[in-house]
Ligand binder design. Structure first.
Ligand SMILES: Cc1cc2nc3c(=O)[nH]c(=O)nc-3n(C[C@H](O)[C@H](O)[C@H](O)COP(=O)(O)OP(=O)(O)OC[C@H]3O[C@@H](n4cnc5c(N)ncnc54)[C@H](O)[C@@H]3O)c2cc1C
Length: 449
């Protein structure tokens, strides 16, 4: 595919930051960069045919930050501080998401999150039950919310579950409409004049004259000063050294169920299974632990063992004795690793990444987007990198100073030195004192500085 002059000019010229991946993280990063540095030109691209195609439009919409058995499990491999600072970050991420998008628009409801223990799981339940006070004290210190976890087994009969012996409530957990959240984020991003283009796949990149030239699978390349990779579960396709594995998550949703007896989000088996109401439908997902190896994949296929187990638990545990029909099934790809913390860093010069959201990117994604944006903007500031947008001189002999050129530059621009007229070379910073020359500044520039 060849780009027309107009397409090139309007969409791909003078990009300061190219974000690859238009999921929760990529969109939040784009928003935050524009908030910190409104003058930067940011473009988001995604290979999804018409929507971002990873996990952000395909998840279960749990606004959650940790069930008790999951945290206890995490404590076997991580310190108390590591586990609870991650819980705190998820909680803060959710508050940030809710400050960006109105609760009513994303249909955020705080119906609570319940951890269910089947009758044969008394031991696991007792272990969790014994730590409620300790976890509540820690979470109150970190979130200001009191008594987040509490015993809730008395509700089992009301909810109509089968074979469930005990439940623990997380009163801070909510649920949202994933589609509305992504539409809302896309709307905010576009309102900031940031283009989001789908159907563009990045294959690789090279560095030319201090800029990155991005090779796409569409037959054209894109030039940018910096790049941010937010491809999460697919991160290793572009940065093979990153410790990020894909993890497929499969879900199903029922048609509306008559007299559905429960509302809220539910976790079972250390978080490997999860279900919730969506109006009076049931969304149910999980089962990756049936065969970790098979689910470590970039394929979006559905498998019989996982779907079969979901159906079994749906009929025996969630909707026993009730009539229902399955409406739809789908999968999405998560980014997992040896620890649950995200990777946020400059992977190589000018190439940043913010990946590995685990199973809680709805919660943590907006915070991670903000953090990587701050990192990028700091580096932009420090290095005063070449922005292909801010030319003090045009390539042509007319040598007009740019709108943001310094007074010295404006005077200089009337003088006819053709050898100072290079593209993409700043003779001076647009503002501020000091004005160091870039390494490739011309001799005339060095004298004038
Ligand atoms: C079924 C399921 C249920 C989940 N449920 C929940 C939940 O209830 N609560 C929760 O907090 N989290 C949940 N998650 C996890 C959450 O959805 C993710 O952590 C989060 O969406 C990750 O966002 P992201 O922006 O990092 O990545 P993604 O949304 O995966 O975005 C990455 C994007 O990169 C694009 N891309 C990849 N490679 C390229 C390339 N080479 N060129 C261009 N584009 C590329 C992809 O098309 C994709 O759109 C769930 C995930 C799944 C799959």
């Amino acid at each position: 595919m060849q780009l027309s002059y107009w397409e090139q000019q309007s969409y791909f010229e003078g990009i300061d930051l190219l974000i690859i991946g238009g999921g929760i993280v990529g969109l939040n990063a784009a928003l935050a960069v524009k908030e910190i540095r409104p003058e930067l030109k940011v473009l988001v691209i995604d290979r999804g045919a018409f929507l971002p195609y990873g996990a952000s439009t395909r998840n279960a919409g749990f606004a959650c930050f940790g069930s008790m058995s999951e945290l206890i499990d995490d404590l076997q491999r991580n310190s108390f501080e590591e586990v609870f600072s991650l819980v705190q970050r998820r909680y803060e991420g959710l508050q940030r998401l809710r400050s960006l998008l109105k609760d009513v628009d994303i249909q955020y409801e705080e119906n609570g999150g319940f951890e269910v223990f089947r009758e044969e799981e008394e031991g696991l339940y007792n272990n969790c039950r014994s730590r409620i006070e300790e976890f509540n004290a820690e979470l109150e210190r970190r979130t200001g919310r009191r008594n987040i976890y509490s015993e809730a087994s008395s509700k089992i009969t009301d909810f109509g579950f089968g074979g469930v012996g005990k439940m623990i409530l997380n009163s801070g957990e909510g649920q949202l409409d994933t589609g509305a959240m992504m539409k809302g984020l896309l709307h905010l991003v576009r309102a900031k004049n940031i283009e989001v283009l789908t159907g563009i796949e990045v294959r690789g990149w090279s560095t030319k004259a201090g800029l990155l030239e991005i090779e796409t699978g569409n037959g054209f390349s894109i030039t940018t000063a910096k790049m941010l990779i937010t491809t999460n579960g697919f991160a290793r396709q572009l940065l093979p050294d990153l410790e990020v594995e894909p993890g497929r998550a499969q879900v199903l949703i029922t048609k509306p169920v008559d007299h559905l007896q429960f509302k809220g989000t539910f976790h079972y088996d250390k978080g490997y299974y999860y279900f919730r109401n969506v109006g009076n439908r049931v969304l149910f997902g999980g089962g990756r632990n049936l065969n970790f190896e098979a689910e470590r994949t970039w394929d979006f296929d559905l498998t019989h063992p996982v779907q079969g187990r979901l159906e079994e638990l749906l009929s025996q545990m969630i909707l026993p004795g009730q009539a229902y029909e399955i409406d739809r099934r789908w999968s999405g790809i998560m980014g997992l690793g040896p620890t649950k913390s995200a990777i946020i860093r400059e992977a190589e010069p000018h190439v940043f990444c913010a990946v590995r959201m685990g199973g809680m990117g709805v919660a943590i994604g907006s915070l991670v987007g903000r953090e990587v944006a701050e990192l990028i903007c700091k580096v932009f500031k420090r290095k005063q990198l070449l922005s292909s947008k801010i030319h003090l001189f045009k390539r042509s002999d007319r040598r007009e100073p740019a709108a943001n050129a310094t007074p010295a530059c404006r005077i200089f621009s009337i003088v006819s030195f053709s050898w100072v007229s290079f593209p993409k070379i700043h003779l001076f910073k647009p503002v501020g004192a000091g004005r160091p020359n870039p390494p490739d500044a011309t001799p005339a520039c060095r004298i004038l500085a």
